[in-house]
Structure formats: structure tokens, C-alpha cells
Design a protein around this ligand. Structure first.
Ligand code: DC
Length: 240
């Protein structure tokens, strides 16, 4: 039993992982997706897992502070990520219901942030996230990817931007989707969510000690992507 488990573990850790962590509004969702597509690697949107859990909690009328019930739900969460092509954006199903768009609301994001502070909930989702590590490689998007879930990642990126710029981007994103909101409300909610994610006792949002920090405040998506691509050869050849 042990030798094969060790072999499995060493094979897993030889599969490269690139983690992108940071607060919302830094472009890390778009960039991690683009990078996965570029490399033809697998893609993990870890925030989507917390969002699906938040939606399932609402459907089951489980209170966002009921840690045992939420952890149980997380352990048995009937979530499926369906991808047609490696690296492509997944369709997300909860109990065979397509929730790809339903989980993107501000409420779902805020609920996800609230329940993600519960240690038993985070613990219940660890193995599910690590199972995404498959050959030829994995790109991940989240808050604790480089610090907790993949501490041995090949390359750890932490994207940041000023709170004002992140709120402006989020506001524009919602406007483009036809959602009516005002900038001040977005900025307040974003700040609250950030504070919660950064100040929680377990797996708080912070750069790993060995993360490369990119401030995207004055950069557009293409400029950041270019910077990331320029960084890649050094890390990927080092780890072959
Ligand atoms: O990245 P996102 O906006 O979809 O994430 C929603 C919330 O989920 C975020 O505010 C905090 C939580 N989350 C987390 O705690 N850890 C992760 N790795 C990803 C998301």
C-alpha cells in the first residue's frame, strides 16, 4: 500500500502547477483562464467551488454560519466541471443543473466569502481541489492556491490592484452585463469582501512567501499576460 501511495504522491508533485491568487478585480480569472488555454493545461477556478457551495446552501436553506451542515454539504457537493477542451472555461453543474451563470451574482460571491471563512468547509474542499492536478499541468485561480492548496507550485503569482481600480473594473463588468449598480456600493462591498478574505483565521488571502507579486493597477489584461508569459520560461525549464 505505502510504496504505491508514495509513487502516486511523487507523480502528482511532478505535475507542474501555476497558481494565481489575489483579490477580485485584479483580472486573475481572465488571466488564469487565458494561461491555461495558452499552455493547454487544466484549469481550476477554486472560487467557483465556494460559489457553488453558497448556491447549494441557499437551495437547502442552510445558514451561512452552520459550519457542520456546510462542511457536510461541501463533502458531498454534487458539482461537476465540464470542459470540451483542455483549458477552456468549464460549464458548471450542481446536481445536473447548469449553474455556470447563476453563481456569478454579487450575492453568491459575498455568501461564498462568508462560508469560506469556516475551517471545516475549507478542509472539506481540499482534496477536491488537489484532484485537478493532472498532466500535463494545472493553472489555478483563487485566494490560497499558493499558500495552502499547492504549496509546491512551480510558479506562484499574486495579482493586486488599488481598491478604486478594482471597483471600477467590477462596475464596468456588471454594466456590460446589463446589471444596474452604483460604483460606491460596489466599492463598499468589494472592501468588505476583501477584509473578510484577508482577515480570516484560516488560509487568509495573502501572497505566498515565494510568490511573484504583480500590481495590475495601471496595466491592461494584455500587458499583464505578456509579463506572465515573459516569466514562464525561467520557471518551467527549472522544473523539468
Ligand atoms: O474568486 P471568487 O470571487 O469567485 O471567490 C468567491 C469567494 O470565495 C471569495 O471572496 C473567497 C472565497 N474563496 C476562497 O476563500 N478561497 C479560494 N481559493 C477561492 C475563493
Amino acid at each position: 500500500m505505502w510504496p504505491s501511495l508514495e509513487l502516486h504522491t511523487s507523480l502528482m508533485s511532478s505535475i507542474p502547477v501555476i497558481t494565481l491568487d489575489g483579490p477580485s478585480g485584479t483580472g486573475k480569472g481572465t488571466l488564469s483562464q487565458r494561461l491555461a488555454q495558452h499552455l493547454h493545461w487544466h484549469f481550476l477556478d477554486s472560487g467557483a467551488l465556494y460559489r457553488v457551495l453558497a448556491l447549494a446552501a441557499t437551495q437547502h436553506t442552510i445558514h451561512l454560519t452552520d459550519e457542520p451542515a456546510l462542511a457536510h454539504l461541501a463533502q458531498h457537493l454534487p458539482v461537476k466541471f465540464v470542459v470540451n477542451q483542455r483549458g477552456a472555461h468549464p460549464l458548471i453543474f450542481l446536481d445536473n443543473q447548469d449553474v455556470t451563470h447563476a453563481i456569478r451574482t454579487e450575492k453568491c460571491g459575498n455568501d461564498a466569502s462568508t462560508l469560506s471563512a469556516l475551517p471545516a468547509v475549507r478542509q472539506a474542499l481540499i482534496d477536491r481541489q488537489r484532484a485537478f492536478r493532472q498532466a500535463p499541468g494545472l493553472v489555478t485561480d483563487g485566494r490560497d492556491m499558493g499558500t495552502v492548496i499547492f504549496p509546491d507550485a512551480t510558479l506562484k503569482l499574486f495579482l493586486d490592484a488599488s481598491p478604486e481600480e478594482r471597483a471600477r473594473r467590477r462596475h464596468k463588468q456588471l454594466q456590460d452585463k446589463g446589471v444596474l449598480t452604483d460604483l460606491t456600493t460596489i466599492q463598499t462591498e468589494l472592501q468588505q469582501r476583501d477584509d473578510r478574505d484577508r482577515q480570516r483565521a484560516i488560509a487568509p488571502l495573502k501572497p505566498a512567501a515565494d510568490a511573484l507579486i504583480i500590481d495590475t493597477t495601471h496595466l491592461n489584461i494584455d500587458e499583464v499576460f505578456k509579463q506572465i508569459l515573459q516569466t514562464l520560461p525561467k520557471f518551467l525549464t527549472q522544473n523539468r
